[in-house]
Design a protein around this ligand. Structure first.
Ligand code: ASP
Ligand code: MG
Length: 410
């Protein structure tokens, strides 16, 4: 029998009433004759509450204990949902990550899934049970409980879909799909019917919170159809596939934005002749993620390199730079805070010249200063002052006519 993996996020299971609603929704899918594997998140804000409790004890609790603590959130949901399904007369069985065979790296708080050995799950399905798996968790080779990073239940769902050869993986959430931009801040944003994995991956990495980036990466690598759907509205949602038809010449398909970006500029004496790359090796060794990089080397001018980081990494970055000042041989570091990154994403960008020019021109007309730029085949990102972030996102949404195609489609 073909199987489906369905995942329900925290808001969808925030109360007992919603857990019952989810159970009835699963009952309908089950009646269509599928084997069903359900992956659940912790109820509502349960994970945040557990984090807060640990932080009441100390600011930097051990990551191992945090993993053990946080995984209880998902276990509460998986057992309650199994009980809810049983109350409807269905057969159901809950699984923790390790019971479901989710094996991960030994990296606390942010482990990647290495393998899934789903024999127990398969066995339960064979007995006609609905398998309800606690998301976001696994076990390492030393039997430590691990977590997959915040939002990681999506990844559990996709990885299980791959391991079990599922027909599809549906991520049920409180939004009804993936939008051209965040509708809370870009009022003209509209829902996309489909999106390529690559476009979704860019949007997820650029800050669209709707899917965990690793889940998209996994779906792409194994070509599993992935859908984002509403827990409340009966609708197809947004489907992600390898290739999608580009709607009526729509080159740009989405706009993402992220606040709290910081630019650091490290400058050297004019006669410096070492490698500017050294800095990035040292930062990488300290697990500090650098995003955009701009390096300027002009004859006779003091060389400098600018790069952007997220606010959370500022203290660590400064510390690492100061500790290695003599080794790196720089003369000065300039820090600029209160910046944001706004990005346009679309598979068509690579084959359509002039997209960047159009973007910069619109930002210029809106009097928005562009501080850094980075491009890939399917995206263009700019770093701009934070106070202009939403203004820029809305202006670009108009410029690339993302709302207009609603009218064409209707
Ligand atoms: N409960 C975890 C979190 O809040 C994992 C998830 O929901 O996917 O990040
Ligand atoms: Mg999520």
């Amino acid at each position: 029998m073909s199987c489906l993996v369905v995942k329900f996020g925290g808001t969808s299971v925030a109360t007992i009433e919603r857990v019952m609603h989810v159970a009835r929704r699963i009952q309908k899918e089950k009646e269509k004759g599928y084997d069903i594997i359900v992956v659940v998140s912790a109820m509502g804000k349960a994970t945040d509450m557990l984090v807060d409790m640990a932080h009441e004890i100390m600011p930097n609790p051990s990551k191992r204990e945090m993993d053990t603590l946080l995984t209880t959130g998902e276990q509460v949901t998986s057992s309650l949902l199994s009980i809810a399904l049983q109350s409807l007369g269905l057969r159901a069985q809950s699984f923790t990550g390790w019971q479901a065979g989710v094996l991960t790296e030994a990296v606390p708080a942010d482990a990647r899934i290495l393998d899934i050995q789903p024999e127990n799950v398969r066995d339960a399905l064979g007995r006609g049970r609905i398998a309800v798996v606690a998301g976001f968790q696994g076990v390492d080779d030393k039997n430590n409980i691990t977590t997959l990073g915040r939002g990681g239940s999506d990844t559990t769902a996709v990885a299980l879909a791959v391991a079990l050869g599922a027909k599809r993986c549906d991520i049920f959430t409180d939004v009804d799909g993936v939008y051209t931009s965040d509708p809370r801040y870009v009022p003209k944003a509209r829902k996309l019917q489909e999106l390529s994995y690559d476009e979704m991956l860019e949007l997820a990495n650029l800050g669209a919170g709707v899917l965990h980036p690793r889940a998209v990466e996994y779906a792409k690598n194994y070509n599993i159809p992935l859908a984002v759907r509403s827990s409340y509205v009966a609708d197809e949602g947004t489907i992600m596939r390898e290739e999608v038809e580009v709607e009526k010449g729509l080159v740009v398909r989405g706009i993402a934005f992220k606040s709290d970006i910081i630019r650091l500029t490290v400058s050297y004496d004019a006669n410096y002749n070492g490698s500017l790359a050294n800095i990035f090796t040292i930062l990488a060794d300290s697990h500090i993620n650098v995003d955009l990089i701009v390096q300027t080397i002009i004859e006779g001018v003091e060389p400098s390199v600018s790069f952007s980081i997220i606010k959370e990494n500022l203290a660590d970055t400064i510390r690492v730079l100061e500790e290695n000042k003599s080794k790196l041989g720089y003369s000065h570091v300039h820090i600029e805070e209160n910046l944001a990154k706004v990005s346009i994403v679309g598979s068509g960008i690579v084959s359509n010249p002039g997209v960047a020019a159009k973007m910069f021109d619109r930002l210029h007309r809106e009097n928005i200063l562009v501080k850094m730029v980075s491009t890939s085949e399917i995206k263009i990102s700019v770093v701009i002052p934070q106070e202009a972030m939403l203004h820029a996102a809305n202006a670009l949404h108009d410029e690339f006519e993302l709302a207009a195609s609603l009218a064409i489609q209707a």
